[in-house]
Write a protein that binds this ligand. Structure first.
Ligand SMILES: [Zn+2]
Length: 73
């Protein structure tokens, strides 16, 4: 599960897909799923990786740390 908003071109990873209330980087998420582009500044959930958006740097580094991946390897 991913969280994104329409305007920023960045998406985030959510902490708990079963009860998503915030992202790995600590942003609040609206617990609704919108599988299409929405015009909102609010972060909303999407079940597929948003096309044309990049993963938030904080979420990426936290996710890599939790999975034990070394991004420089
Ligand atoms: Zn993030």
């Amino acid at each position: 599960m991913y969280a994104t908003s329409s305007s920023i071109g960045v998406f985030h990873l959510v902490i708990d897909a079963a009860n998503p209330t915030s992202t790995l980087c600590g942003l609040r998420v609206v617990p609704i799923v919108i599988d299409r582009p929405a015009t909102s500044e609010t972060l909303y959930l999407t079940s597929t990786k948003p096309a044309g958006s990049v993963l938030c740097r904080e979420c990426r580094s936290i996710d890599q740390r939790e999975r034990g991946d070394d991004p420089s390897a």
